[in-house]
Design a protein around this ligand. Structure first.
Ligand code: ATP
Length: 322
């Protein structure tokens, strides 16, 4: 293996730059040439490559987003599209690819491996933490801390005005961010897609809290946890509980910002781990961290598998919010 490429794909996540830097520098240390692909699989389809040396990735470790840009590509969803992408890699004499992204990115990587025989290694880069084969994804810790900062601020106003706040956090169809933020922020209620609840149950917890002397409540809601969204949930709770709740949707602020130390270290380890997998001839895996150690799991096993939230943490949140 002489030349490898690296791309970021799907939603951007803080720490992707740290992962790019780690790929470039650890590959350089192993005597490899590295190319960056702009705009994920879209750039692969257009042959949009740039040579990256150790100095080209200076001063990006602390920056959110991705210097390689990211995009979603419809054409890459087709076999013809992927054949075209693979031909660009072959023309550039690139022997292996590191794909940093989420579940969709991994599906694309697996298709490149199986259909085109290109060695691809997946690196988990998504704030959602919803990937199998790693305890944590790059960007999750930063997103949690960003959301937590916002919740702490909202708590101040909720307490001062003795109000109920419904705060929606990201996570698509999973509740990883909501659970972590809910526990760390001392939420009275955490609404997760994995643990179905009703407006009645929600209202009851808030009313019980009030009867125990709590004068304000925070309800953390994972996006996708309630049909119709968080405003619909707040409205339904108002109807059954008879009290008003303010709704705040944190949205994209959770995606941006400087990565936490934890995300930078994770990204550095995983970026280097991906290069090690490629140089070791182990294309077709995703790298991750399991119980503190770097692990390689076949992409085939990772794709389509759903990681469950920490059920005991759900129970603990309930106990601690009394
Ligand atoms: P995030 O979880 O942050 O949204 P993601 O990697 O899941 O990241 P997607 O938009 O789902 O983001 O996927 C990124 C890209 O991967 C898509 O634009 C598409 O080009 C490619 N991709 C997704 N699913 C497949 C698939 N089944 N087969 C081939 N390629 C795919």
């Amino acid at each position: 293996m002489k030349r490898i490429a690296v791309l970021t794909s799907g939603g951007d996540a803080p720490g992707m730059n740290a992962a790019i830097r780690a790929v470039v520098r650890s590959a350089f240390a192993s005597g490899l040439e590295v190319f960056g692909v702009r705009r994920g699989y879209l750039g692969l389809l257009e042959g949009d490559f740039l040579s990256l040396g150790p100095r080209d990735v200076a001063n990006i470790l602390q920056r959110g987003g991705t210097i390689l840009l990211t995009a979603r590509s419809q054409e890459f969803l087709t076999e013809e599209g992927r054949a075209k992408a693979a031909s660009h890699l072959r023309e550039a004499r690139i022997d292996g690819l590191v794909a940093i992204g989420g579940d969709g990115t991994y599906r694309g990587a697996l298709a490149l491996v199986e259909e085109q025989g290109i060695p691809v290694v997946g690196v988990p880069g998504t704030i959602d933490n919803d990937l199998w084969g790693t305890d944590f994804t790059i960007g999750f810790d930063t997103a949690v801390n960003t959301a937590l900062g916002a919740i702490d601020r909202i708590r101040d106003t909720a307490a001062s005005h003795e109000r109920v706040f419904f705060i929606e956090v990201m996570g698509r169809q999973t509740g990883f961010i909501a659970l972590e933020v809910g526990v760390a922020g001392g939420a009275e209620v955490i609404v997760l897609p994995e643990v179905p609840t009703t407006p009645e149950a929600c209202a009851q917890v808030i009313l019980d809290s009030a009867s125990k002397g709590k004068r304000s409540s925070i309800v953390v809601v994972a996006e996708g946890a309630y049909p119709g969204g968080t405003s619909a949930l707040a409205e339904a709770v108002r109807r059954v509980g008879g009290f008003d709740g303010r709704v705040t949707v944190l949205g994209h602020i959770q995606r941006g910002g400087s990565p936490t130390a934890r995300d930078r270290v994770l990204a550095s380890r995983l970026g280097a781990g991906a290069v090690e997998a490629l140089t070791g001839g182990r294309g077709g895996v995703a790298v991750g961290v399991i119980a503190g150690e770097i692990a390689e799991v076949p992409l085939k096993e990772v794709v389509g598998r759903r990681k469950d939230i920490h059920r005991r943490l759900v129970e603990l949140a309930r106990i601690l919010s009394i």
